[in-house]
Write a protein that binds this ligand. Structure first.
Ligand SMILES: Cc1ncc(COP(=O)(O)O)c(C=O)c1O
Length: 383
């Protein structure tokens, strides 16, 4: 019999049957009235999810495409940026800036920690030429949530500086009210809390960001945000052929999120994250990001003398469960269990139970059931 597969990686995530069914519908031509109607609904749903009055673009690319576009559409060659480099994805902001002739000043935060907003305030005061601050809402590689609200309060004071947030593992996981907090550019991706396969990127821009777009001189063609917004507003269409099937699925997943309401969706993520952290602690494991953990993914330190990759491998090969290991400097040191999107209490119970078996197999002294008990005690409260 085909073995059941469990996906608890920090992207891609499982896709609900309703969304899979929507994506299997016959292809509609992207200029046909039926698809124009789909895109109109999706526009509304995305504004709801991003909590913005502005347009949210839907691009056929992975999340990094929208990150790249955030740089190329708002900045000029030779500009200076400030990058919070607290993990793999912070590094990516700096790399994209460099690729386009933007000079990044980096705040290097030790992995597993959130940035201290005071450091951003200091850098902005020292360097009035900084045109944009780049940060992650949730640094997926370390399981850290950065204090976006506080950072936004600081950046807001600088008329000539934008706040650009990679919320690829933040939107739909925890509260990020884009307009209320004054976030200028916010990027996300389909394979996370959107409960979709990989392949779509999202981006929204504030009025302040649009004034930067007017002056930006970095060459761009496919990711031309101004042209895309214009086309969307005028015709409810995209400039190029959109990922029709993914967008059909997006309409469904946005409906599911709307049905629940944002508060309930955020609460579910909080509860699953709390249960995962409690389970890890009950098993005598240490959290990699104890001070500011993200509700998207829990990063757990591998027990002393155990290679974290081995835990990932046993879960994969023996239990048919996909979680993630550490990246770059965290490779071998941590493993990451995601609780993002279409996952529920029993997914957490299942992965914790399999983790207990895995640790036992690796010779770690664990009391079987301790992790499951700790998780269940949290999860049972809101069944
Ligand atoms: C925070 C964050 N930023 C950027 C990315 C890159 O997105 P993609 O792989 O879709 O290009 C990811 C993907 O894991 C992410 O979690």
């Amino acid at each position: 019999m085909q073995r059941k597969y469990y996906l608890l990686a920090p992207g891609p995530v499982p896709v609900p049957p309703k969304v899979l069914a929507a994506m299997s519908e016959p292809i509609i031509h992207h200029r046909a009235p039926a698809f124009v109607k789909v895109l109109e609904e999706v526009r509304g749903g995305l504004k709801f999810l991003f909590q913005t009055k502005n347009e949210v673009l839907v691009l056929a690319s992975s999340g990094t495409g929208a990150m790249e576009g955030a740089v190329t559409n708002t900045l000029c060659k030779g500009d200076t940026s400030l990058v919070v480099r607290a993990g793999k994805f912070g590094e990516r902001w700096a790399e994209i800036c460099e690729a386009y002739g933007v000079k990044p000043i980096c705040i290097d935060v030790p992995w597993g920690h959130a940035v201290d907003p005071k450091l951003i305030a200091q850098e902005l005061e020292k360097n009035p030429s900084i045109r944009a601050v780049f940060i992650q809402a949730s640094e997926t590689s370390t399981g850290v949530m950065h204090p976006i609200r506080e950072v936004a309060e600081i950046v807001k004071k600088y008329e000539n500086t934008l706040l650009v947030v990679d919320a690829i593992s933040g939107i739909g996981v925890f509260d990020l009210p884009v307009d209320k907090w004054g976030l200028d550019v916010v990027v996300s991706g389909s394979q996370k809390a959107f409960m979709l396969p990989p392949g779509l990127a999202f981006v929204t821009l504030s009025d302040k960001a649009m004034s930067f777009v007017e002056k930006s001189d970095i060459p761009k063609y496919y990711f031309n945000y101004k042209k895309e917004i214009k086309k969307l507003v005028k015709d409810n269409e995209t400039n190029f052929t959109p990922a029709v099937s993914l967008i059909m699925g997006l309409r469904e997943s946005l409906n599911m999120i709307k049905e629940d309401g944002l508060e309930k969706v955020f609460k579910r993520h909080t509860r699953l994250a709390d249960a995962t952290r409690a389970a890890a602690k009950a098993l005598g494991l240490e959290l990699y990001a104890p001070d500011s953990p993200s509700n998207a993914v829990t990063a757990i330190k591998a027990p002393a003398g155990i290679d974290g990759q081995k835990i990932v491998k046993i879960l994969r090969d023996k239990h048919n469960i996909t979680i993630a290991g550490g990246q770059s400097e965290a490779k071998g040191k941590i493993f990451r269990i995601a609780h993002m999107g279409y996952l529920d209490a029993y997914d957490i119970i299942m992965v914790v139970s399999a983790l207990e078996m895995t640790l036992k197999e690796l010779g770690v002294s664990v009391e079987m059931g301790q992790g499951v008990k700790a998780a269940a005690e949290i999860l049972e409260k809101e069944m």
